[in-house]
Design a protein around this ligand. Structure first.
Ligand SMILES: Nc1ncnc2c1ncn2[C@@H]1O[C@H](COP(=O)(O)OP(=O)(O)O)[C@@H](O)[C@H]1O
Ligand SMILES: [Mg+2]
Length: 225
């Protein structure tokens, strides 16, 4: 087990947004969290990253967690060439575990020559998400949390980027947060269903698509095509 979350509770002012959330993530596992907007998905990510106050236990065994957001444009600096930014992100961890920058770039199917010339705004949304994946490989992160990583991409590119994530499974564990049941279908090993801050079920992907355990899980499956 790489990550253990036990009795996680989060309050924003008086609002109880996560209610006794419990789950574990294994090594080299793709764990998905699905729920509608406002259900508390991003709050789980923020608690794991230590960005907010919470009650409960978040126990992490690895060395580095890397977070990927819906719009990587907010994370990449518009003033620096993309290649240099991958280099910088590697340098700040000072870990020898990660891949060489050029290797990380080739693993996600991008060209180092191109990234040496280009600024973030010269890349497509799909390319930018690949850059983020390359950053996590260069850092040697053992856990990547991707919060709605494909929600702002065109449908065809979405599948492409999901594939890129899936291909990285041998290098890190992934928590993929989504409101889209199709994302779960395409890449997850297991799925946790969240509603109003309460875990409805945690199931193996195949079991979930055969017969969801929770009423809300059944409802979500109705939007699957
Ligand atoms: N910084 C904040 N202050 C107050 N309420 C917040 C804050 N961030 C999120 N919330 C509220 O917490 C709930 C869960 O939000 P969030 O974790 O972002 O949900 P999701 O990612 O599933 O859309 C929502 O009701 C949201 O309005
Ligand atoms: Mg969110």
């Amino acid at each position: 087990m790489l990550l253990e979350v036990k009795n996680l509770n989060v309050f924003y002012n008086d609002k109880h947004v996560l209610k006794d959330v419990n789950f574990e993530v294994d090594e080299k596992e793709i764990f998905s969290i699905i729920g509608e907007s406002g259900s508390g998905k991003s709050t789980i990510a923020k608690a794991i990253m230590g960005l907010i106050k919470y009650d409960g236990i978040v126990h992490y065994k690895g060395e580095d967690i890397f977070m990927i957001f819906q719009d990587p444009g907010n994370y990449l600096d518009p003033l620096f060439k993309v290649y240099n930014q991958i280099k910088m992100v590697k340098e700040v961890v000072k870990s020898s575990k990660g891949f060489d920058v050029d290797k990380a770039i080739s693993l996600v199917g991008l060209s180092q020559e191109e990234l040496k010339k280009k600024y973030p705004h010269e890349l497509s949304g799909g390319q930018k998400q690949r850059v983020m994946i390359a950053m996590s490989l260069a850092r040697g992160s053992s856990l990547v949390i991707a919060d709605e990583p494909t929600s702002s991409l065109d449908v065809l590119v979405q599948k492409d980027v999901l594939c890129a994530f899936k291909n990285m499974k041998k290098y890190f564990s992934l928590i993929v947060i989504t409101h889209d049941i199709n994302v779960v279908y395409h890449i997850a090993d297991r799925v946790m269903v969240l509603k109003d801050g309460v875990v409805q079920e945690i199931s193996k992907k195949d079991d979930f698509f055969k017969s969801p355990k929770s009423e809300y899980g059944k409802k979500l499956l109705e939007s699957f095509y």
